[in-house]
Design a protein around this ligand. Structure first.
Ligand code: G6P
Length: 369
């Protein structure tokens, strides 16, 4: 049952372009008229979800970044305190487990050694309400050993650098958030709005992917650089982290991500014409603050690459490259804004001539500690 990359030059590019379709699969059968079906987590999930008062999310790598986005959603939309941690830290720490804690693992493969060990550790320790695996591989160890599962439906992912597994994890985490809000707070307009936004997501993804050649045009500005900085605020901070990780993994350019408000606490010292700064700027309540952070970068001679909402007043100019994204609901924005960062990393790597699908020193699934 070999997967083919078809007309695409690399699996990674195919998987980036698969995202509209696989997100359709992830949503299939899970959306009602005005809310998400709680039964997506199992026939009698209602009762269990009503008892969730705290959430601990554990993952590694790209999956960890999806968990970081989910924290903002779960706290803002479901009002549930949420902690997110990499598995290799969590498993060796004396974690305090508040009453009613749902333990959530995120994993493409379901076989990552540290994530699996963290799950086994919690099973032994006890005191959790239940464990939930959000996973892409049916029958994987994580799926078999968890109480509940939510499959991401991304299909096989071959490229070592994760792309479609990440965006389908985000979609699944938003579904989980909305199911919790429904069970704990009842129907409301926010859910109706987000259900309708989710229905429109595959279409929106296609529009985002149409930026491909514009992004390819930007890639030359990165290929000869040794460092890059990614900034965002709110849910865009983990998206910046994911953008930096993609660039590191496949182009071997040292990239870091910062919450934009932290720039002046260190990274501004590094900014000069040789370190491109990538900013993700959807139209949310933090846009004004982000804009002043960007001025701080410009004032120090840093070259800016801004992925911004089409309705934001921002001008291209010397040292400011601007790429416009379609207007999007603030809760959906992290999913859409992932796309240009994936494409940027891809095109930079292709220009550099690296092995895009099999980057040096990395493995698709890390099954040893
Ligand atoms: C490896 C892969 C990454 C992935 C991480 C976690 O490092 O190269 O792409 O994000 O493992 O994998 P998982 O299968 O648990 O999501």
């Amino acid at each position: 049952n070999a997967v083919s990359r078809g007309e695409y030059r690399h699996f990674m590019l195919k998987e980036i372009f698969d995202q509209s379709q696989v997100i359709t699969h992830t949503l299939e059968g899970r959306l009602g008229e005005r809310h998400v079906f709680p039964r997506i987590l199992g026939a009698d999930a209602d009762e269990l979800l009503s008892r969730v008062h705290n959430i601990q999310i554990i993952a590694c790598g790209t999956s960890y970044h999806a968990g970081m986005v989910a924290r903002y959603w779960l706290e803002k939309l479901a009002g549930i305190p949420t902690q997110v941690e990499v598995a290799s830290e969590y498993r060796y720490r004396e974690v305090v487990v508040p009453q009613g804690t749902l333990f959530v693992t995120l994993s493409q493969s379901g076989e990552t050694a540290d994530t699996l060990a963290a799950l086994r550790h919690t099973a032994q320790k006890g005191g959790y309400l239940a464990s939930l695996a959000i996973c892409n591989v049916p029958g994987s160890s994580l799926v078999r050993e968890s109480d509940l599962t939510l499959m991401t439906q991304a299909g096989p992912e071959i490229g070592v650098a994760s792309t479609k597994a990440f965006t389908t994890q985000l979609v699944s985490l938003l579904l989980l958030t909305l199911a919790l809000r429904q069970v704990q707070h009842g129907d409301d307009e926010v859910q109706a709005r987000l259900v309708s936004a989710l229905r429109g997501l595959p279409q929106l993804i296609s529009r985002g992917l149409a930026l491909d050649s514009a992004i390819e045009g930007l890639s030359a500005a990165f290929a000869d650089k040794h460092h890059a900085l990614f900034v965002g605020r709110g849910t865009m901070f983990p998206i910046a982290l994911e953008g930096a990780l993609k660039l590191k993994e496949i182009s071997y350019i040292h990239a870091e991500a910062y919450p934009a408000g932290e720039l002046k606490h260190g990274p501004l010292a590094l900014v000069d014409a040789d370190m491109p700064v990538v900013a993700v700027a959807p139209n949310d309540e933090l846009i004004g603050k982000l804009k002043s952070n960007l001025q701080e970068v410009r004032a120090r001679g840093g070259e800016l690459f801004v992925f911004a909402d089409e309705n934001i007043a921002l001008e291209e100019g010397e040292g400011i490259h601007l790429l416009r994204l379609p207007a999007v609901d603030e809760f959906i924005a992290p999913i859409l804004y992932t796309l240009p960062l994936q494409l940027l990393a891809y095109h930079v790597a292709v220009l550099k001539g690296t092995d895009v699908d099999q980057p040096r020193n990395l493995a698709k699934s890390v099954t040893v500690e």
